[in-house]
Design a protein around this ligand. Structure first.
Ligand SMILES: Nc1nc2c(ncn2[C@@H]2O[C@H](COP(=O)(O)OP(=O)(O)O)[C@@H](O)[C@H]2O)c(=O)[nH]1
Ligand SMILES: [Mg+2]
Length: 443
């Protein structure tokens, strides 16, 4: 099968790129341009015609990438045409009429690149992450994984396990031979080293996943203190309904934002109060769940509140910021009870001190979740494989201790397999679809 798709963005643009990959690529070039392929990997200006007619679709640059030196490893061509819907539709339409050509599925080009051994699974995932990155730290993380840093580390750990596996197998195959005395202690030493490396990688506060998905921030507080107003202000648009009627927000409203480079998902929640209304009660329950799940809580109260206690103050911890809103409404100082608590005093209405709040949010994220070079995991999938690997290694060590080498070897094989699955070194068909479905068409 030969696949084709628009690889550049879907909206109107100066230039759009349509990619084609597969055995019939040369035929596509011939039928659309009336000529054979241009020089490999060199841009050539060509007239591109509707198939079986000489009606011009557009004039554009084509680049021919003969396989296996191409992104997918197959023969490929790129058509760089003017980026209008009509040009692209017409080009797609013509290609679709060629035998064996069909529109690509989401992520199919990258899936082919993986299947043809051009890239490993981590790289494929990080290409998807790079394409969808919105902030600088997301971009940096995606590029770091794409350049192979995590993959190298997981491969190293896997190689170490493979090496001791061969020793264990030697023990099984030649039980009576004089194998070096220290072979058992060597096996023990290496498996412990790998375990402790994996534990270290797992103890990363999930920062990589948070960078990819966004740090979760929950806005919490009593009704009518300006929580929804704050969300709208931070997101620069009206995402949540603001009203003086207490109990307006019931569902959780979420938006993705870039706070000074940090990707965050902010959720506005129902005001917390005693309520008899069933729907509102559900909203309050959702708010409390969000509080539990959040990486950072913004606990909002009003400046004219006299004290701050009970149930909201229980939510305060090192991952929260006390935000006192409506500073415009007080003409005197804050109450002494409030004053002594660490807080940020703002007025959403008059846009007072919101910069300080944003800075504080950024600093909290920065200090509580350290974004370091040592972070190797960016998805729950990686974490699950590492956890299973650790579990298998634990079983291995127990069986190795009792010199039950047959069973120990099996555990070691399973541990090795888990590491292989992160990088895509074993049969991974079942996880492939879930990964490549995250892509959009043309990637
Ligand atoms: N005076 C004043 N009113 C505000 C401020 N922020 C929000 N409000 C008003 O307070 C009311 C409740 O706001 P809303 O955002 O719906 O509060 P929520 O229930 O906590 O989500 C609305 O009438 C807002 O216009 C502020 O900084 N100063
Ligand atoms: Mg609200």
């Amino acid at each position: 099968m030969t696949i084709y798709a628009l690889s550049s963005g879907p909206s109107m643009s100066g230039i759009a790129v349509v990619r084609v990959s597969g055995n019939d690529t040369l035929k596509v070039i011939k039928l659309l341009t009336g000529k054979g392929p241009p020089k490999a990997r060199l841009a050539s200006l060509r007239k591109i015609n509707k198939i079986n007619t000489s009606e011009l679709i557009d004039e554009g640059v084509i680049i021919w990438f003969p396989g296996p030196e191409s992104y997918t490893g197959e023969d490929m061509v790129e058509f760089h045409v003017h980026g209008s819907k009509a040009v692209i539709d017409s080009l797609h339409n013509s290609i679709s009429k060629i035998e064996n050509c069909r529109l690509a599925e989401p992520g199919e080009f990258t899936k082919l690149a993986f299947q043809n051994g051009k890239i490993n699974l981590l790289k494929a995932e990080s290409i998807a992450d790079l394409i969808s990155s919105e902030t600088e730290i997301q971009r940096r993380q995606a590029v770091k994984i794409m350049s192979g840093k995590s993959g190298d580390k997981f491969n190293q750990l896997r190689d170490k396990l493979l090496k001791i596996l061969s020793h264990v197998e030697a023990k099984i195959d030649f039980p009576d031979e004089d194998l070096p005395e220290d072979i058992l202690s060597y096996i023990k030493k290496i498996s412990s080293e790998v375990s402790s490396d994996i534990e270290k990688i797992l103890g990363d506060q999930k920062v990589g996943e948070k960078i990819r998905e966004g740090f979760k921030i929950a806005i919490l507080g009593p009704t009518n203190v300006g929580k929804s107003s704050l969300l709208n202000h931070l997101s620069n648009r009206d995402v949540a309904i603001v009203s003086e009627i207490a109990g307006t927000t019931r569902d959780v409203v979420e938006t993705h934002l870039n706070i000074d480079g940090y990707p965050v998902v902010i959720s506005d929640t129902a005001g917390i109060r005693e309520s008899k209304n069933e729907i509102e009660k559900k909203g309050i329950k959702l708010a409390l769940d969000k509080a539990e799940d959040a990486d950072l809580k913004l606990i909002v109260i009003e400046a004219k509140s006299v004290d701050f206690q009970g149930f909201l103050s229980n939510l305060m911890d090192e991952n929260s910021i006390l935000v006192i809103n409506k500073s415009d409404l007080i003409d005197k100082d804050l109450s002494p009870e409030l004053k002594k608590l660490e807080h940020v005093l703002i007025s959403v209405k008059d846009n007072l001190n919101l910069d300080a709040l944003i800075l504080k949010i950024k600093n909290k994220l920065k200090n509580n979740f350290i974004v370091s070079e040592d972070i190797l995991i960016s998805r729950a999938r990686h974490r699950e494989h590492l956890e299973k690997c650790l579990e298998n290694l634990k079983n291995f060590k127990e069986k190795n201790k009792t010199e039950d080498f047959d069973k120990a070897a099996e555990d070691l094989r399973l541990a090795t397999r888990q590491l292989g699955m992160i990088v895509g070194k074993v049969e991974v068909e079942e996880i492939l679809d879930s990964i490549f479905n995250d892509f959009c068409i043309g990637k």
